[in-house]
Design a protein around this ligand. Structure first.
Ligand code: DAT
Ligand code: MG
Length: 140
């Protein structure tokens, strides 16, 4: 295992319900360090570009409308095996299937409004970090 960086978002459903601190606490308690963080209110066009990989999916319109419906906290997390660790702490995409004690099991409301995003592989982590942050914004 190696020290990695991954990209994380606290989605509009969670910022709206004032859950930012509780979610960051879960990430930090799992050994992930927040090395970059900012609050953004993304446009529909930004959401469409960020989620372009899903553009053929039936939920693409709903997803990009939701992600541009309120503030999001975008972050870079650093730590041992950070990509897999973050996915583990997040839980499954559908909160009904997420393991007990995970962020999505405890805070997500539906498969669409599911509180958090996390990169799924080293290549996507790199791309997603570069989408939202310049090098000088990341302070390890
Ligand atoms: P994840 O966010 O766990 O990586 P994903 O990459 O498959 O999941 O999908 C991206 C987001 O799209 C997901 O967090 C919520 C939304 N989404 C996925 N499947 C959906 C569905 N069946 N209905 C509505 N929204 C969905
Ligand atoms: Mg995904």
């Amino acid at each position: 295992m190696a020290i990695e960086r991954t990209f994380s978002m606290i989605k509009p459903d969670a910022t709206k319900r004032n859950l930012t601190g509780k979610i960051v606490d879960r990430l930090e308690s799992a050994g992930l360090r927040v090395v970059a963080s900012k609050r953004v209110y993304m446009s529909k066009a930004q959401a469409e570009a960020f989620y372009a990989v899903h553009r053929e999916r039936p939920f693409y319109g709903e997803l990009t409308a939701f992600m541009s419906s309120g503030p999001t906290v975008v972050q870079v997390l650093e730590g041992e095996d950070a990509i897999a660790k973050n996915r583990e702490v997040m839980g499954a995409t559908n909160p009904a299937e997420a393991a007990p004690g995970t962020i999505r099991a405890d805070f997500a409301q539906s498969i669409g409004e599911n509180a958090v995003h996390g990169s799924d592989a080293p290549e996507t982590a790199k791309e997603e970090i570069a989408f939202w942050f310049s090098g000088v914004e990341i302070v390890g």
